[in-house]
Design a protein around this ligand. Sequence first.
Ligand code: PLP
Length: 382
Amino acid sequence: MRKKYLLAPGPVQAPPEVLAELAKPLIHHRTEQFENIFFQTQSLLKELFMTKLPVITFAASGTGAMEAAVVNFHSEADEVLVIRGGKFGERWGNISEAYKLKVHYIDIKWGSGIKPEEIEKYLNINKNIKSVMIQYVETSTAAMYDIENIAKVVTKTNTLLIVDAISALGVVPLPADDWKIDVIVGGSQKSLMLPPGLSFLWCSQKALSVSEKSNLPKFYFNIKKELKALEKKTTAWTPAISLIGALNTSLTMMKSYGWENLFKKNKKLMTAIHNGLKALNIELFSSSPAVSVTAGAVPQNVDGVKLVKDMKDIHAVTIAGGQDELKGKIFRVGTLGYVDSSDIIVFFAALEACLKSQNYKFNLGAGLSAAEKVLYSEENNA
Ligand SMILES: *Cc1c(COP(=O)(O)O)cnc(C)c1O
């Protein structure tokens, strides 16, 4: 018997209330009962996206909604601009290339941010670009991009701004309407405290009118069919009934916690991790750090792969390592969703034990104590 801690940047821990919902007997989806639940999730999703416009729900992992964003807002041989600073930026490119779009890339150093002016300059020179595809949080490097100001430069053009906010929604504010973003993609297994299996797509009026003319092939991921079904409080195809019920529960929990309180809590957890790592002389990998996930740079003479493995095998704390070129070089800890101060304490206690076992030099308890100062200070508990 082992108590496990899932502190990866997705999938995440699900609260007991959500798990209990998933265990309920199935109801039929073409019923008033289901339609009422689905309608409730719709109004909660609108709060999450801070919008008056509808949010589409697909029975697919996050990548499904990313594909939907590619096929609904583009036409054959369209030129698009992908901001590529990690695995998920790469994914925008891979999907676009699969549909034979002409993909331009701005490659940024993994872990760094991008200046809005750089995108502005690129769009000024390349007038044919139909959309800019970017992440809000590039989960693979723990970098966060300045979407608010990027939106300001993209709205000045006819280009659409398409944001993969899968690991940012519910972690940091994302006012879809106010920031004038065109397409936002979300997923269930990050801050929404659910298992994988649902993804979300929101789009602006401007994007909707572009979608009218889109001629890329699509069937399941057809937003026109989904928007029509939404008017009847349902989905076009069989919805993931249990997950929708669980979504209703998780969003209701988030709302009653308070969206602002949630954003504040996430920031506090992030700061505790930052300060704790600093006290251990571990640098942040990203120069533009995200709130949802923190990447620590593995110190010299420490085996990063073993560190992540020991955390799990010895202490039952699951964090993530680096992917591809970052394998062994970083470790990533998520502060998404159902995570609180006690999880951060467990994380640092386990991390310190693993570092000690690799003979890394530091004062035992230094990270823990620095994190505690943030977690339990009066001003942070307001
Ligand atoms: C987790 C995540 C995805 C989701 O991909 P899946 O299809 O759910 O595996 C996409 N983008 C970002 C930024 C993510 O963090």
